[in-house]
Design a protein around this ligand. Structure first.
Ligand SMILES: CC(C)(COP(=O)(O)OP(=O)(O)OC[C@H]1O[C@@H](n2cnc3c(N)ncnc32)[C@H](O)[C@@H]1OP(=O)(O)O)[C@@H](O)C(=O)NCCC(=O)NCCS
Length: 191
């Protein structure tokens, strides 16, 4: 269940009040470098947050973006998201973006681990995937740090500002997650 509390963070629903902090990172060139969409504008951000504040995990094909809230700083520092693919398939695709001031401190790892627990334990997913531009080294390190496995190198598979780029596909199965080093009490988290 959301919110999820971790050592330093609160993973919570986004709200329309998050607009300023959302714009700070979703329009930052460094954060946008490998993202296949345009920098947010105030109008698009407000619309996105409005949709996010009402989306439910039970919605078919729901795309859920959660605010990552820094408890001590009392502010949103980024987001983690999960795209729940058709329910009958029990699969999800995850993603993340953080404000540059909060890179290199382990926050994305902390939030991504909580997101995996949410996907496997609360949503009961069978398989979680993610992909990124092969040049996106911090994101690749993050995927590997949380135990995801590289499954593929997809040539010219993402159109990034007019140029086709290669991507790596990473995946994790529920049984792999349960066997992982952090598996203790994992499945109890959301009961
Ligand atoms: C992808 C992204 C979220 C990764 O952020 P990050 O800051 O590298 O990841 P973390 O917050 O988990 O920090 C991990 C780093 O902090 C270091 N670190 C410092 N203090 C730490 C702590 N207390 N705990 C854990 N790690 C810590 C780790 O050693 C690691 O360093 P390394 O990557 O050099 O090995 C970030 O680069 C980003 O927002 N990029 C832009 C958006 C984007 O490209 N999204 C992905 C699209 S596919």
């Amino acid at each position: 269940m959301i919110p999820i509390e971790t050592e330093r963070l609160l993973i919570r629903r986004m709200s329309e009040q998050d607009v300023e902090e959302f714009l700070e990172y979703q329009s930052h060139p460094e954060v946008m470098r490998y993202q296949p969409y345009e920098a947010a504008t105030p109008e698009r951000a407000a619309y996105f947050l409005r949709i996010q504040s009402t989306s439910e995990p039970s919605d078919e094909g729901a795309y859920l973006a959660f605010a990552v809230h820094h408890k001590e700083e009392n502010r949103m520092i980024g987001e983690v998201s999960i795209n729940v693919l058709p329910k009958s398939q029990s699969k999800g695709e995850i993603g993340w973006s953080f404000h540059t001031d909060f890179h290199g401190k382990g926050y994305a790892t902390e939030a991504a681990r909580a997101l995996l627990a949410y996907g496997f334990s609360f949503l009961g997913l069978h398989r979680i995937t993610t992909f990124c531009d092969v040049r996106n080294a911090p994101s690749i390190r993050l995927m590997e740090r949380i135990g995801m496995r590289r499954e593929g190198h997809a040539l010219k598979s993402m159109l990034l500002r007019g140029t086709w780029q290669d991507t790596y596909l990473y995946a994790l199965l529920r049984e792999e997650w349960l066997q992982g080093s952090e598996s203790e009490n994992k499945d109890e988290t959301f009961k």
